[in-house]
Design a binder for this molecule. Structure first.
Ligand code: PLP
Length: 345
């Protein structure tokens, strides 16, 4: 499919810009598996520092970060606590069942976030017939929760609950930096509430490939064989790591623009009869749009938008998701809202 003029399907659709490509071409490279790629090492140190962790590891994708973390932290049959909308449950092709061979207990949270009470109630009693509760998993921001930001105080309480119950805490930080820019809370403060955390380079940061997972030195030492086993070890990966370094240096602060565009889109869409979205709930760059009361279904609206050069994904018959990013500007979101209104009128 050719690219629509206004691409709101996902922030993964971004393409590397000229400056990023130049940084990639200039990268010093070596054999990554032998830990001889200087640019990859520099990226790992930069992310470890950003997140306040002892060490970090560059891997091809965020999905692999989650899979590695679950595999390192869990024994087969252990249980992971996550919100029902979590990426590890819905979008990783059943990976936890195949790789860590862990179970996941989905909690019925609000906007992608479970409460401390829900987590506590979900803990197993240490009874022979039950799986062992092993890990609390959170997504910052909560993707299918409309990019909602887990408040620092809640994460801190979950940390305490985890410590009291001997649980590991893991943060899927695919969009952690969106939360950082929107809330003003530092990445290391959020990261201090969890044992392991990763950031995606290929979402709002605009890189073509890559994610970086961080934790203790011991965790990273255990992550390496999993990365190797899953085929995630690379060679001259400095070309990719250079894009990540470029993005962390130049493209983080501008996420605020994406958030402003998302809020503007929500404000415009909220005026369309049959469309429900509260602009005040749009904290970062993702909109989950409720169209239960519209005449058309999610897939119908999505198809009609695409014919008019605007792409949004349907989340089901009653919903659409729109995501802003560095390849969509204010005029683009205004056009998207106008097109949406035309289709619904
Ligand atoms: C995109 C995403 C992932 C997976 O990252 P990839 O780099 O696409 O594998 C995991 N979790 C969340 C919340 C995501 O949005």
């Amino acid at each position: 499919m050719s690219n629509p003029e206004v691409e709101l399907f996902s922030d993964t659709k971004t393409r590397p810009g000229k400056d990023m490509l130049e940084a990639m071409m200039a990268a010093e490279v070596g054999d990554e598996q032998a830990e001889e790629d200087p640019t990859t090492i520099a990226l790992q140190e930069k992310v470890a520092d950003l997140l306040g962790k002892e060490a970090a590891l560059f891997v091809p994708s965020g999905t692999m970060c989650n899979q590695i973390a679950m595999a390192v932290h869990c024994q087969p049959g252990d249980e992971i606590i996550a919100d029902k909308t979590a990426h590890i449950i819905n979008f990783e092709a059943g990976g936890p069942a195949v790789i860590a061979r862990a179970m996941i207990k989905p909690l019925d949270g609000v906007r992608g976030q479970y409460s401390v009470d829900q987590a506590e109630a979900a803990l197993r009693a240490g009874f022979r017939h039950a799986p062992d509760s092993k890990m609390l998993a959170v997504e910052q921001t909560a993707n299918m929760g409309g990019g909602s930001i887990w408040p620092l105080e809640v994460l801190e309480k979950l940390r305490v609950l985890a410590q009291e119950n001997n649980l590991i805490t893991h943060m899927d930080g695919a969009r952690l930096l969106n939360a950082v820019v929107a809330s003003g809370v530092s990445a290391s403060k959020y990261a201090a509430t969890v044992d392991t955390v990763w950031i995606d380079l290929s979402k709002g940061l605009g890189c073509p490939v890559g994610a970086v997972i961080a934790g203790s030195k011991d965790f990273i030492a255990k992550a390496w064989p999993w990365k190797q086993r899953l085929g995630g070890s690379m060679r001259q990966s400095g070309i990719l790591a250079a894009a990540g370094i470029y993005a962390l240096d130049h493209l983080v602060d501008r996420l605020a623009i994406d958030h402003a565009n998302a809020r503007l889109l929500a404000t415009r869409l909220a005026q369309i009869p049959g469309v429900k979205i509260d602009p005040l709930t749009v904290e970062t760059n993702i909109l989950i749009i409720d169209i239960t009361e519209a005449d058309l279904s999610g897939p119908e609206i999505s198809a009609q938008l695409l014919k008019k050069g605007v792409r949004m994904g349907a989340t089901g018959p009653n919903g659409l998701r729109a995501v802003t990013h560095l390849d969509v500007d204010e005029a683009g979101v205004v056009r998207a809202a106008e097109t949406f209104a035309e289709i619904c009128s």
